[in-house]
Design a protein around this ligand. Structure first.
Ligand SMILES: Cc1cc2nc3c(=O)[nH]c(=O)nc-3n(C[C@H](O)[C@H](O)[C@H](O)COP(=O)(O)OP(=O)(O)OC[C@H]3O[C@@H](n4cnc5c(N)ncnc54)[C@H](O)[C@@H]3O)c2cc1C
Length: 518
């Protein structure tokens, strides 16, 4: 039988994993990567950026971190080296076409009308279904020549945190065009050489917009270069629970949130009556655990003093995959005045800087760095030529991007997405998804009907709205990752219970090494 051709878009962690596991099933993957190297977001980070997830949770199941990396939170360079050695170990590089951007993908198969009438994915519930083909239009990033490839299956691993910056919108003449200084996005800052970045901010009065990891790292770099002479202002909309470490009151956070017991306290999508009852009965404990962590953070960081106590719970923070750690000595810099924290739910630009809603005097500045994230959804959706598929993936404005098992759209045949929905350790989540996908491609299991997949997506949609509030579109499975993995394991015919003994199963944290072998 002819070997099916697989196109993988992106050679970040997700694309490399997809490559490894499709190869393991005897398939022929070709990986298109627009950059000149592998590693995606880790190819270039802000100099001081470190891994946010503790190293044991952010590792390949069959490839431990080398002994030479002794830090619990390796820096960007170390993460890239680890990913590169993984790719060499499993001989993945030869499958990657570097400097090749995928411009668009178009499906050549049954017409839209016929596809709408399907009750099974792709017509028969199998991976290649009706036997249509995907046409992948690629461009050589140097010569700009284009070429078209024909494949049986596409795996989109284009990443969520790069490429298309999220730039806030402003009324006419109140955006960056009104400002006489410079405005850049954090991705432009991260792209600079470390020395060039330092020179770029030297002597300026920067404003960093945002309160996520990149914003804090950039603010630290600005304060290190300019000190209290020219403080860096961090403009934020919402306070967040940012961890000083993963040990609130000395208790490992993984024991509080990443074991089966912690998941018993949460209402789960598709849960049975007994589990639902248990989650309701245990809700006071859920609340108490969250308060315990919050008080541990407040004990170590002067949040109250600087008006930084969030209004939402820590449970919501972790359920939205918004957990990050505060850079070392960050609040020392705030105390000394080289970093100023300023809440600004709304702001606009003016000639000399930024005008915060409700304030009369502008915040004078000559450089604004927008650490306002990325529009990962847009990057994903725009790659489709077909309006029908674009609409399918967009879903409704009030729902998550509708992906079954966070991998497949029930109405887009012969295509999977890896690395869109988030968890607290994205590498490990991408790995188990790639293994699930490889088993599907190998015919180990078939998918349920489209109706059943849509019902399942709806249940997760409700869960995400309940648990993540305004951040539900991040499609975070963080607080329920074991429950989620259980479903993938059952599909693949693996035993979802990976620990030895009742107490270990209930209280030991789950991580990548629990899924080394079926
Ligand atoms: C600064 C930073 C710190 C982070 N820290 C953590 C952490 O501590 N823990 C954690 O779990 N997660 C963290 N993340 C999230 C991180 O994105 C994931 O952990 C993971 O690296 C994502 O890998 P990916 O392969 O899915 O996506 P990416 O790494 O974004 O890779 C996508 C690849 O696709 C390529 N590509 C995109 N579009 C095209 C196209 N059209 N044609 C060809 N190639 C294309 C890109 O060039 C890129 O190489 C962090 C992210 C950032 C930005």
């Amino acid at each position: 039988m002819e070997t099916k051709k697989i196109a993988i878009v992106g050679a970040g962690i997700s694309g490399l994993l997809a490559c490894k596991y499709t190869l393991s099933k005897g398939l022929h993957p070709i990986v298109f990567e627009s950059q000149t190297g592998i590693g995606g977001v880790w190819t270039k980070t802000v100099e001081t950026t470190k891994l946010q997830t503790p190293k044991p949770a952010y590792q390949f199941s069959d490839f431990p971190w080398p002994d030479s990396v002794t830090e619990d939170f390796p820096d960007g360079r170390q993460v890239l080296e680890y990913v590169e050695s993984y790719a060499h170990r499993f001989d993945l590089i030869k499958h990657v076409k570097f400097g090749t951007r995928v411009l668009s993908i178009g499906y050549d198969g049954p017409p839209g009308e016929a596809m709408r009438s399907w009750s099974l994915w792709g017509g028969d519930g199998g991976p290649i279904g009706s036997g249509g083909k995907w046409k992948i239009r690629v461009q050589d990033c140097l010569s700009l020549e284009t070429e078209t490839y024909e494949v049986d299956f596409v795996i989109l691993c284009v990443g969520r945190f790069s490429g298309v910056p999220n730039i806030p919108e402003f009324p006419p003449n109140r955006g960056p065009e009104a400002f006489h200084g410079e405005v850049i996005h954090s991705m432009d800052y991260a792209a600079m050489d470390y020395q060039a970045a330092r020179e770029f901010i030297r002597g300026k009065r920067p404003v960093v917009v945002g309160l996520q990891k990149s914003a804090l790292d950039i603010a630290m770099e600005c304060s290190a270069v300019n000190g209290v002479e020219r403080p860096c202002t961090v403009l934020y909309r919402t306070e967040h629970w940012i961890l000083p470490d993963y040990l609130p009151w000395g208790v490992p956070l993984v024991l509080l949130y990443l074991n089966r017991f912690s998941e018993l306290l949460v209402h789960k999508p598709g849960e049975e009556f007994l589990l639902s009852l248990l989650a309701t009965l245990l809700s006071p404990l859920r609340w108490a655990v969250s308060k315990f962590v919050e008080s541990g953070i407040k004990r170590k960081l002067p949040l109250k003093k600087f008006g930084m106590v969030p209004k939402h719970s820590f449970l919501q923070q972790i359920s939205s995959c918004l957990v990050s750690t505060v850079p070392e000595k960050f609040y020392d810099r705030v105390e000394e005045g080289s970093i100023i924290l300023k809440k600004a739910p709304e702001f606009e630009f003016c000639k000399n800087g930024i005008l915060i809603d409700g304030e009369v005097e502008p915040l004078n500045s000559d450089l604004v760095i927008l650490a306002t994230g990325f529009r990962g959804e847009k990057k994903l959706i725009d790659v489709f030529e077909s309006q029908l598929f674009q609409d399918c993936l967009s879903g409704s404005p009030n729902s998550i991007v509708p992906l079954y098992r966070e991998c497949l759209h029930p109405r887009i045949p012969q295509l999977a997405v890896i690395g869109f929905s988030e968890s607290v350790a994205n590498l490990y989540t991408s790995e188990i998804r790639c293994r699930w996908l490889a088993e599907l491609l190998a015919g180990t299991f078939k998918l349920p009907s489209i109706k059943k997949m849509e019902e399942n997506i709806e249940e997760w949609d409700k869960y995400m709205k309940r648990s993540s509030g305004q951040y539900y579109r991040r499609s975070c499975i963080g607080a329920l990752h074991i429950w989620y993995n259980d479903q993938l394991c059952r599909d693949m015919g693996w035993n979802p219970k990976r620990k030895k003994g009742f107490f270990a199963e209930l209280f030991e944290p789950y991580g990548p090494t629990d899924y080394v072998s079926p």
